[in-house]
Structures are given as structure tokens and as C-alpha cells.
Design a protein around this ligand. Structure first.
Ligand SMILES: Nc1ncnc2c1ncn2[C@@H]1O[C@H](COP(=O)(O)OP(=O)(O)OP(=O)(O)O)[C@@H](O)[C@H]1O
Ligand SMILES: [Mg+2]
Length: 476
């Protein structure tokens, strides 16, 4: 049955200097909760609101979003939708400039906020050219620059590399302790919340399932699991991946699916974004590719899928140089699944979505039907008549999987598909990757979630700006 309310029966107050973590499954109401606090609900969204929300003594429905912005700094969950100025500096300065602060103070705040998130040196860059994690950092910086008494951050950590996430959490911890800032954050990372939050509120289907001291709630495994939250977990990649990968030895026994030779990519030669990468990915490899925000992971994946041409070097797919293949030829071998399935879905039904590229490839009706049904079966999507955008995010990602499987891709590339998914959603998606791996597919996935790396990958590759720094295999 469809739920009548996004949130219902909510009673909660947050103190000055308190850190409240709001947790729960996808769709439980976390983002609605955040949007209520800075007044964009009710002022910008439709819907019906009863009850009251009071921020620093003011009723949000009687105040304006602009006025509430003096008190509340808000980072929404999708950085793409929040960045709109022409430079990183302007983005961080936008809030304080609108509040008409003196120029010197604005520049000080911008400097503080950008360095708090590790974006020193990015001031003149256009926000749209930043990597996923750099965009997320900028959204957090713009929120910090407001110097507000209350910070509301909707899933600020999921695109950040582990060091970036630790840096942001320690800045927030300091603001809370030294300046009595109230922090309200939605998150899936129960280990971080155990470390920093005072209180945890778990939402379930729009209601408060429980609310209490972080250490009590986060030590209750059953409660967490019932609510789709992964209990605090120490993911130690170095104890799971211990064997050095020997490319030459791999080569003798297996066909290389992807060979990357001296790959470099730059927008301007003085600033290479990926440099001298050499890597052999054998058939039926299962790789986790990790590294700092901005180290060039997405750039490398775009190189493999033909979306970018190497500035120098070559990439071979099953022995063929991609520089001699068209994008459509490459896309028959490599399927690229990004963190936003919505950018990849555009028809009216699950079946049409899978059939679309097959029709374009000129296949017969029978073959299209057979391939589409097989692929949907493999990902476990049964109802082929559903409207793609009405599916849950995990199911929308599964649908993109089905599209690339139906095309016959044997190499599946996943770029942070866990972002914006709750733990159950992550497992649903990675279990498909696992099933494909056991059928002989080659899987390459990028993530900042070390528990997924430990649980699924067979080989771990760590990159930094200078190239590949670690290449190890799972302990036998
Ligand atoms: N148009 C551009 N001009 C200049 N630099 C760019 C441009 N596009 C991307 N970059 C830079 O290239 C670097 C590599 O970006 P890439 O998206 O590959 O990083 P990433 O490893 O995927 O990071 P993340 O973990 O944040 O997703 C980043 O520092 C990014 O800012
Ligand atoms: Mg990336």
C-alpha cells in the first residue's frame, strides 16, 4: 500500500552543540526531514504540512528560506543540483556575499571553508569540471562558509574518500565542541556516527523507529539490521588483500580483457589528470579500483569505455586498440554503469529500456525478446511493464545492468554505484555483480566504501595522481 505521508508523527528537538545522526533505509524520509529544517519544505515543495518546525525560536512556515539561511547551513544530497556558479571561489562565497558580509570576512570564510574540505588550490576551477567527490567537498565548503549556528548535511560522506570523510568529520566535531554548532546529518556509515554523533534517530517508513544515545542505538545489531543499516564495521583492506598481483603470470594463463599501456590523459599538458597507467585486466577479473577524490578513477574508466581518448598511450579491449574502434563497437564489450542510473534511463517501460539499444543494433524481434528476457532474468527484474523511473534506485541500477548485459558486454564497469543507496541496496547491486562474475564476466568497480571492497573484490587496485600504487589480490 502506498504511504500517505513522507513523514508522520515526528517529535524531536536538537540542542545547541549537539550532533544528531538521522539514519534509515532509502525512502524512510531522511531527506524530507532535512528539507523541513531550512524551510524549503513548505516554501518550495508542494504537499501538506501539519505541525510546526521551529528553528532558533522561529516557525519555519512563518519565516522565509532566505532568513532561515542565516541560522541554518544546508548541504543537499546531490551536489550536481546545488552547484551553479562559475568558479569554486564564487560557489563558496555565494552565501556570505548574499548576506552582505564585508569583503575581507567573505574571503576569510572562503579560505577557511575550502581548506576545511581539502580544496585549497581549486579556487579558479569551474565547479562542473570537478570530480564527484570534489563536488561534494565544495557543497560542504559552501555550507561551512555560511557560519551558521546549525548545519544540516544530507549524506555528505558517501562520495568522499576515507581521508576526506575523516577530515570533514573532524571539522564538524570541532565546530560542535568549540562553537556549540548543532549538526544534523544523514548517513549510512554507522562506524563514523558512533565516533561523532551524540544521538541517533532512525526513521522507518516516515516515522521515528527509535531515537537515543548513539552508543546505545549503534550497538544494537538487531535493531540496525531491521532498519537496513550496516552495523559498525572495521574494513581492513590490507588484511584481506595480501598477495601481490603478478601481471606477467596472469597473462600466461588468461586472455587479457583490458590492457592499458602508458595511458595518460590531460585537459592541458601541464596538468595531467591521469598519468602513465599500465594495467592488465584479465578475463573474469573482479577488481575494486580505489583512490583519493580526483586521482583519476573516473577518467581511467572513461578511457576504457571509449568516452575519452587517451592523450598518450593505448587501451586494448580483447586485443583490439580502442583508437581503432568506434564507441558503439567498444560499448558492445564494455558496459559502463554510473552512480546516477537516471541519466541512463529514458523509455517508458523496463522492457523498452533493455530493447532500445538492441533495436538500434538492428537485431530481429525474436532475438531482442530473448536477449531482453535473459538479461532481466539475470538481474532479477520480473515486471517488464513498469515505468523505469518508478523503480527504487537499486532497481533502476539493476535495469541499467540488464541493458548492458543484453548488449552482450562481458566487461562490466561500475563507478560508485553504491552512492545514495542504503546498505540493502548496495548488497542487491553488488550481488548481481557477483553473479555475473561467477558466470565469467569481468567486473571493475570504483567505490569509497571499503566494506564493499572487502566483501566482493578479488583484486584491489589503488591509484593516486601519479598512477597505480598498489595492486594486490585477495588472500587465498
Ligand atoms: N575539464 C576539466 N578541467 C580540468 N580538470 C579536470 C576537468 N575534469 C576533471 N578534472 C580533474 O581531473 C581529476 C580527475 O578526475 P576524476 O573524475 O577522474 O577523479 P576520480 O578519481 O573519479 O575522483 P572521485 O573519487 O571524486 O570520483 C580531478 O582532480 C578533476 O578535478
Ligand atoms: Mg569519480
Amino acid at each position: 500500500m502506498e504511504r500517505k505521508y513522507s513523514l508522520e508523527g515526528i517529535n524531536i528537538s536538537v540542542l545547541e552543540g549537539e550532533f544528531l545522526a538521522v539514519m534509515g533505509e532509502t525512502g524512510s524520509g531522511k531527506s524530507t526531514f532535512c528539507r523541513l529544517l531550512n524551510g524549503i519544505i513548505p516554501h518550495f515543495y508542494g504537499g501538506h504540512l501539519s505541525g510546526t518546525v521551529t528553528v532558533d525560536g522561529e516557525h519555519t512556515d512563518e519565516s522565509s528560506v532566505a532568513h532561515l539561511a542565516l541560522k541554518i547551513g544546508m548541504a543537499l544530497d546531490d551536489p550536481e543540483n546545488q552547484l551553479f556558479t562559475s568558479s569554486v571561489r564564487n560557489e563558496a562565497a555565494f552565501g556570505p556575499e548574499n548576506l552582505l558580509f564585508p569583503v575581507k570576512e567573505i574571503e576569510e570564510r572562503v579560505k577557511y571553508a575550502l581548506s576545511a574540505v581539502g580544496l585549497e588550490g581549486f579556487k579558479e576551477r569551474q565547479p562542473m569540471t570537478l570530480s564527484g567527490g570534489e563536488k561534494q567537498r565544495l557543497v560542504i565548503a559552501a555550507t561551512l562558509a555560511m557560519n551558521a549556528k546549525i548545519l544540516v548535511l544530507d549524506e555528505p560522506l558517501c562520495r568522499l574518500d576515507p581521508e576526506g570523510a575523516a577530515q570533514v568529520m573532524s571539522v564538524l566535531g570541532e565546530l560542535k565542541d568549540k562553537h556549540k554548532i548543532a549538526v544534523i546529518m544523514t548517513a549510512h556509515d554507522s562506524k563514523k556516527m558512533l565516533q561523532y554523533a551524540d544521538r541517533v534517530c532512525i526513521l522507518k517508513e516516515g516515522r521515528i523507529a527509535c531515537c537515543g544515545a548513539a552508543k546505545n542505538i549503534l550497538s544494537n545489531r538487531t535493531l540496525l539490521e531491521e532498519n537496513g543499516i550496516q552495523p559498525p564495521y572495521e574494513a581492513d583492506i590490507y588484511s584481506v588483500f595480501t598477495e601481490k598481483t603478478d601481471d606477467c603470470k596472469e597473462h600466461e594463463t588468461n586472455i587479457p580483457a583490458v590492457e592499458i599501456k602508458d595511458f595518460s590523459f590531460f585537459y592541458t599538458p601541464e596538468n595531467p589528470v591521469a598519468e602513465k597507467i599500465n594495467l592488465t585486466i584479465v578475463d573474469n577479473d573482479y577488481i575494486a579500483l580505489i583512490g583519493h577524490n580526483g586521482c583519476g578513477k573516473t577518467t581511467l574508466l572513461k578511457g576504457i569505455t571509449g568516452l575519452l581518448s587517451p592523450s598518450t598511450g593505448n587501451i586494448f579491449i580483447y586485443g583490439k586498440n580502442t583508437s581503432e574502434l568506434s564507441i558503439s563497437e567498444i560499448s558492445k564489450e564494455t558496459g559502463f554503469i554510473t552512480q546516477n542510473p537516471d541519466n541512463q534511463l529514458f523509455t517508458d517501460s523496463v522492457y523498452d529500456e533493455v530493447a532500445f539499444a538492441l533495436k538500434n543494433a538492428g537485431l530481429s524481434k525474436e532475438e531482442i525478446k530473448q536477449r531482453a528476457e535473459n538479461a532481466l532474468n539475470m538481474v532479477g527484474l520480473k515486471d517488464m511493464t513498469l515505468f523505469p523511473h518508478a523503480l527504487s534506485k537499486a532497481d533502476r541500477t539493476r535495469l541499467v545492468f540488464a541493458c548492458v548485459i543484453a548488449m552482450g558486454c562481458r566487461i562490466i564497469i561500475l563507478d560508485e554505484v553504491d552512492v545514495g543507496q542504503d546498505y540493502t541496496g548496495c548488497l542487491k547491486i553488488m550481488d548481481i555483480a557477483n553473479a555475473l562474475y561467477s558466470k565469467g564476466f569481468t567486473i571493475i568497480f570504483v567505490t569509497h566504501n571499503m566494506s564493499l571492497v572487502c566483501k566482493y573484490a578479488r583484486r584491489l587496485i589503488i591509484m593516486d595522481k601519479k598512477g597505480i600504487v598498489t595492486d594486490v589480490k585477495r588472500k587465498k
